[in-house]
Design a protein. Structure first.
Length: 337
């Protein structure tokens, strides 16, 4: 079975093959020795496989702690994977020691907090120019200066802003600077880790519209991380739903919001407040996320799932294609949903 879900046969930009990231949360060796306790691990990401084609935006959504940001940071080379492979344009970049050598300027990341991701001691010019200098993409100061001015204009700022410091800008303007920095090396692939969650709602819309325009103009492929379903609906081509380190559903944006398959996906959508008054009942999200150090057997969602049966407790479901989407659910496989 091919667990790499995709919508078409376009050029593959990113492929994750059973990506796993486990964190050692054990006590100190002496404490474990005295208590005769084994090592303990958090399986933050536990076997995630997906494919993103050129020009697509794949968004990962889920509750806090589901592993979506860990996936992003693994792809960016900020966290070393415990297992599995990461391929960018067909080349293995799983080893973070070689990610810069193998991916180079083709991969860039936009971080969540524009207040902490920009060095307050650097002027805007140096912030945007640094990736170009690091990658030696532009050699002369004149070329760098022209490129910085072009990028600032492209993201809706003025070339005159180049000599100002980050603390002279609003949150939305700072995120525009972050976007200009990310675009400075002409990347083909962007990782966006909740880039609007720290911004006001009105500013969020401006930044999201800007990113869509830039994606269209520059043919960017994007891995987008968010817990906000309204944002996901606005930016996505494909939606991946994560729960306790694993993918439970991947679907096109239209299919996901019109007819989600996995019970957890339905619960996520049902948890969004209904201001129209058209929905008669709105079930609340039942239960709590299990302890990631000691997850449930079988399907991790079964303690909260209204469709759970004995098989769900015993056997972990696999991600299989169903009606144009992919879902990991025994109830869907058995026709009980």
């Amino acid at each position: 079975m091919n667990s790499h879900f995709r919508l078409d046969a376009d050029t593959t930009v990113l492929k994750l093959d059973q990506l796993a990231v486990h964190f050692d949360v054990s006590q100190f060796f002496i404490s474990r020795l005295i208590k005769r306790a084994p090592k303990r691990y958090v399986r933050a990401v536990d076997g995630v496989s997906l494919t993103i084609s050129q020009g697509q935006t794949l968004s990962l959504v889920g509750e806090s702690g589901c592993g979506k940001s860990t996936v992003a940071r693994s792809v960016a080379g900020l966290i070393r994977p415990t297992g599995g492979k990461i391929f960018l344009h067909g080349r293995d970049i799983s080893d973070r020691n070689t990610i810069r050598e193998r991916s180079g300027p083709r991969l860039q990341m936009i971080f969540q907090d524009p207040y902490s991701s920009l060095d307050p001691r650097w002027r805007v010019f140096d912030i945007v120019a640094e990736p170009m200098r690091s990658e030696k993409r532009v050699r002369t100061r004149c070329e760098i200066s022209e490129r910085v001015d072009t990028l600032l204009t492209k993201v809706g700022l003025s070339p005159k802003d180049r000599d100002r410091y980050p603390d002279e800008f609003s949150g939305g303007q700072r995120q525009r600077i972050s976007i200009a920095r990310a675009l400075s090396t002409n990347p083909t692939f962007l990782i966006c880790d909740e880039p609007t969650s720290a911004l006001d709602v009105s500013v969020q819309a401006q930044i999201l519209n800007l990113m869509r325009e830039l994606q269209s103009d520059l043919a960017l492929t994007i891995l987008f991380i968010s817990h906000d379903l309204a944002v996901i609906d606005h930016v996505s081509d494909i939606v991946g739903v994560m729960y306790l380190g694993r993918l439970c559903e991947i679907a096109s944006r239209r299919s996901f919001f019109a007819s989600p398959l996995h019970p957890y996906s339905k619960m996520l959508l049902d948890s969004v407040p209904d201001v129209s008054g058209k929905r008669e009942t709105r079930p609340l999200m039942g239960g709590e996320v299990p302890d990631p150090i000691d997850p449930p057997s079988g399907c991790a969602f079964h303690p909260r799932c209204p469709l759970a049966r004995d098989r769900c407790v015993r056997e972990m479901p696999k991600l299989v294609k169903h009606e144009g989407s992919a879902v990991a659910c025994h109830a869907i496989e058995e026709g009980r949903a």
